[in-house]
Design a binder for this molecule. Structure first.
Ligand code: B12
Ligand code: SF4
Length: 484
């Protein structure tokens, strides 16, 4: 019997505290369709090579992000030097740049992985190998054959998402993922985790890979969603769930049905949620529903205080005024926001950045539960921004992924800098001061969110106390070095 190991490798620079649900779905799908159970998921960054080899695998499958691409190739080379395994890779980077498949990877999986991996594993389990002739009959693959890359026709999406079982969280170290320090909502550390209720997004923001990768949105049914919530609540004892769909509120009737089902299952009031919304979709009917569901935090891509830049990034259906009104409305219902901003976009001027800074200040002053996050506009492969930047010669196609990071704290090289107006050294200073501004009210916010109940909980849990202190100090240090 063959053994499959699925790997989500986080380099120390891109460490994740959220479980790799994509691998969990792949595992549960193979179990369902093939009755194949010899699957392990190896996650994290410590001793990763020995942990993979210990499983004695026949096939190893890696998730590849642009951010971890170079680390991943190094890891794959190491594994291949030590053992003779078939190396598969899927995920956002392979999907975005299939023709850039490294020679170290035997087969790349483009887009949604469940059906393609099922077809591959079915053949592999039959004879212990899969010929290139057989591979060419599987949709959604890219592979090497005698030094040449072959790409098969695109894989069509699974029509009914509910046919995919819940991600196999038992293969993941959920105890570690669900430590209270991992899900932070309104500065309260809760025992929580993530789930996905849909795939795809109807919008086409220039910097985002999602609509290109996932196509038109598909949804899990409210029955499926609430059943998964129930498992997270009862079996994994979750207090909070971050629904990391790209856009949770596609329609109000869908959210309504979810809330009704939650009520019937006795879940209302027992779970707190964070969801992602688009400002143009926020209205009082939706916000009242979210409040009822238990949503305490909403992530919104506000991106810029300049309408000109915002429209370049997101299209003409969102304005700065609308974003501000969305935050105001959420706050009115007692919901905190996680507002995402980006600076360094093409054609952006110092005046545009100033408008963004003014907006950040306004939002932070509006409510202590508002948090502003800053990233540097980065052309990710598979996005229109990537095409735009290549076409204008702002970046090179031959990118060294080792320098890749979206974090303002890692801004060392200009390889991914796509603004033509502001000198890179000056830009670094602007990033540092805007980053500091985003975090300027953090302490006030932390202190004002301390309820007596929460304080007692922290005091009675020394591990949680140490974690909170550590996170706080880490953050202050980062601010200090940024300011320097
Ligand atoms: C939740 C999330 C996170 C979480 C958790 C990530 C995780 N461990 O899964 C956190 C917050 C940690 C995170 C971090 C980052 N993320 Co993120 N994230 C997402 C988000 C919103 C959902 C991921 C998800 O669960 N999708 C649902 C599952 C079903 O899809 P999936 O994981 O892609 O897996 C499917 C396929 O890709 C494929 N597949 C995946 N792996 C494999 C492996 C094999 C062998 C096979 C056969 C198939 C296969 O099959 C799976 C099932 O269909 C996506 C957007 C999106 N909708 O995908 C962005 C997204 C993946 N993230 C993105 C980015 C940029 C990042 C960061 C770089 C951000 C940062 N500033 O650091 C880091 C990188 C992390 C790293 N490890 O290097 C980009 C990736 C773009 C790119 N070219 O790499 C995305 C696409 C969003 C975007 N901006 O466009 N992210
Ligand atoms: S950023 Fe959000 S709204 Fe825009 S295309 Fe991506 S997922 Fe959709």
């Amino acid at each position: 019997m063959a053994r499959l190991v699925l790997v989500n490798y986080n380099s120390s620079s891109a460490r994740s505290n959220k479980p790799p649900l994509g691998l969990g779905y792949l595992a549960s799908y193979l179990k369902k369709r093939l009755d194949f159970h010899d699957i392990t998921i190896v996650d994290g960054c410590r001793n990763i090579t020995s942990r993979i080899l210990k499983q004695n695998p026949d096939v190893v499958g890696f998730t590849v992000y642009s951010a971890n691409h170079s680390h991943m190739i190094e890891l794959i080379r190491l594994i291949k030097r030590k053992t003779d395994v078939v190396v598969l890779a899927g995920g956002p980077h392979i999907t975005a740049l299939p023709m850039g498949l490294s020679q170290d990877i035997d087969i790349g999986f483009i887009g949604e992985g469940e059906e393609s991996l099922f077809e591959f594993m079915r053949l592999f389990l039959n004879s212990g190998q899969v010929s290139t002739q057989q591979l060419s009959k599987i949709d959604g693959l890219v592979f090497w054959d005698q030094g040449r890359l072959h790409i098969t026709p695109p894989r069509s999406f699974i029509k009914h998402l509910d046919t995919i079982p819940f991600p196999d969280r038992d293969l993941l170290n959920m105890q570690s993922y669900m430590k209270p320090s991992q899900i932070l909502m309104n500065n309260q550390y809760l025992r929580g985790t993530t789930m996905v209720t849909s795939r795809g997004c109807p919008f086409h923001c220039i910097y985002c890979h999602v609509s290109a990768k996932w196509g038109r949105p598909r949804f899990h049914s409210p029955d499926y969603i609430v059943e998964e919530m129930k498992i997270l609540y009862q079996r994994y004892m979750a207090e909070a769930i971050y629904i990391c769909d790209d856009l949770f509120s596609h329609t109000i009737s869908r959210v309504e049905e979810i809330v009704r089902k939650m009520e019937r299952e006795g879940l209302l009031g027992n779970l707190r949620f964070m969801v992602d919304l688009r400002a143009s979709m926020v209205n009082s009917e939706l916000v009242a529903l979210l409040k009822r569901m238990g949503v305490v935090k909403v992530a919104i891509g506000i991106e810029s205080g300049s309408d000109r830049i915002l429209q370049f990034l997101k299209g003409s259906d969102v304005t700065v005024d609308q974003s501000l009104k969305a935050v105001e409305m959420l706050n009115r219902y007692g919901i905190g926001t996680h507002c995402c901003f980006m600076i360094g976009s093409p054609t952006e001027t110092i005046e545009d950045i100033e408008k963004t800074r003014v907006l950040i200040e306004k939002i932070l002053k509006m409510d202590r539960r508002n948090f502003c996050q800053l990233t540097v506009t980065t052309p990710l492969p598979g996005t229109r921004l990537w095409e735009y930047a290549i076409k204008r010669g702002l970046i090179s196609k031959e990118v060294d992924w080792r320098g890749f990071s979206l974090s303002p704290l890692d801004l060392k090289r200009s390889d991914f800098y796509v603004n033509e107006n502001i000198d890179f050294d000056l830009f670094k200073e602007l990033v540092a001061s805007t980053y500091s501004l985003c975090n300027s009210r953090r302490l006030v916010s932390i202190l004002s969110n301390f309820s007596l109940r929460y304080l007692l909980r922290i005091v009675s849990d020394p591990v949680l106390s140490i974690r909170i202190l550590r996170d706080f100090l880490k953050h202050q240090m980062a601010r200090f070095w940024q300011g320097k």
